[in-house]
Design a protein around this ligand. Structure first.
Ligand code: SF4
Ligand code: SF4
Length: 302
């Protein structure tokens, strides 16, 4: 199969056990149209490759500053400052850093190159019933690449899963409904106003795509990130339950408790975290959400 489309990825995670059946190799695509306030991988959001500086790994040796051919870096004593408009993403700084503290986030690959890299895990997939999961960013935001990659996997009998927020064109959603073996998607809020406030995008298209998938008999997994003070009021939870009961009675819903694992990456990108005071939900709060959603004919996983 001749490969043409190139896709931009930013990470490959091996031995993943929460991204579909069995042991999986998860590919994270770069770029997402949404900006969720709690996003745990802010480096996934921009479609452009970026320089990332990790404060905790940096010894302030200054090698990167001296190496940069474009004068894009400076050291103010505490931090390496990146002047983004001067940076050409050449990677020179990263090549001399002794602590892997600075590097490029975003790499372009063909479907075949990606599959060859991922296929090192083939023995684990075979043994566990696993395969490859394409996540993001938004996996559906690079549909030509994704289509080729899924076709390539199918031609080699490799199981594929997709993680998506469904903020995508219907043609891309229809494509994964035909080519992916397993789909999991997020619903983050039901109220259009709230959804826009939390994610910066409208949820009309997302809910239409969700309804389309739920009615396809594909047994997708729906995931709901439970974020205290953001999307956990009773009206929101009831609206979610009603939507699933109407569009996919019996469908599986996983409650994903909010966590703060990605907070450090905001600093690495020179950004502020939008929810500095939001606590992780307690067991009682998770149980309460599950109890409200449990009023509806859906299969809740928490
Ligand atoms: S990627 Fe290249 S241009 Fe950008 S900061 Fe590093 S050395 Fe400088
Ligand atoms: S080369 Fe690496 S460790 Fe040295 S200042 Fe630059 S980022 Fe920090």
């Amino acid at each position: 199969m001749k490969s043409s489309a190139r896709g931009r990825i930013f990470k490959i995670a091996r031995y993943a056990i929460h991204d579909g059946p069995g042991i999986r190799t998860t590919v994270f695509m770069k770029g997402c149209p949404a900006r969720c306030l709690w996003c745990c991988s802010p480096e996934s959001q921009s479609f452009e490759a970026q320089i990332v500086w990790k404060e905790g790994l940096c010894s302030r040796c200054g090698r990167c500053v001296r190496q940069c051919p474009n004068g894009a870096l400076s050291l103010d004593g505490r931090s390496v400052i990146v002047e983004a408009r001067r940076c050409t993403i050449c990677g020179e700084c990263s090549s001399v850093c002794p602590g892997n503290a600075i590097g490029i986030c975003g790499q372009d690959v063909t479907p075949l190159e990606l599959l060859e890299t991922a296929s090192r895990d083939l023995p684990f997939w075979r043994r566990s019933g696993g395969g490859v999961t394409v996540s993001g960013g938004e996996a559906l935001a690079q549909p030509l690449f994704l289509r080729e990659f899924l076709e390539l996997c199918r031609s080699r009998s490799i199981h594929t899963a997709i993680e998506t927020c469904l903020c995508a064109d219907r043609s891309a959603v229809a494509m994964i409904s035909e080519l992916a073996d397993f789909i999991q998607f997020d619903i983050k809020a039901m109220s259009p106003v709230l959804h826009r406030r939390l994610t910066s995008v409208d949820n009309g298209r997302i809910l239409q795509n969700a309804s389309f998938l739920l009615k396809q008999n594909l047994a997708p997994l729906v995931r709901f990130p439970l974020v205290p003070g953001c999307n956990d009021d009773e009206g929101e939870l009831n609206a979610l339950g009603e939507f699933l009961a109407e569009n996919g009675p019996g469908s599986a819903l996983e409650i994903l408790p909010y966590h703060r694992l990605g907070v450090g990456m905001y600093g690495a990108l020179g950004r502020e975290y939008a929810l500095p005071d939001t606590p992780v939900p307690s067991k009682a709060e998770i149980d309460r959400a599950a109890a409200i959603l449990g009023r509806y004919p859906i299969n809740i996983i928490s």
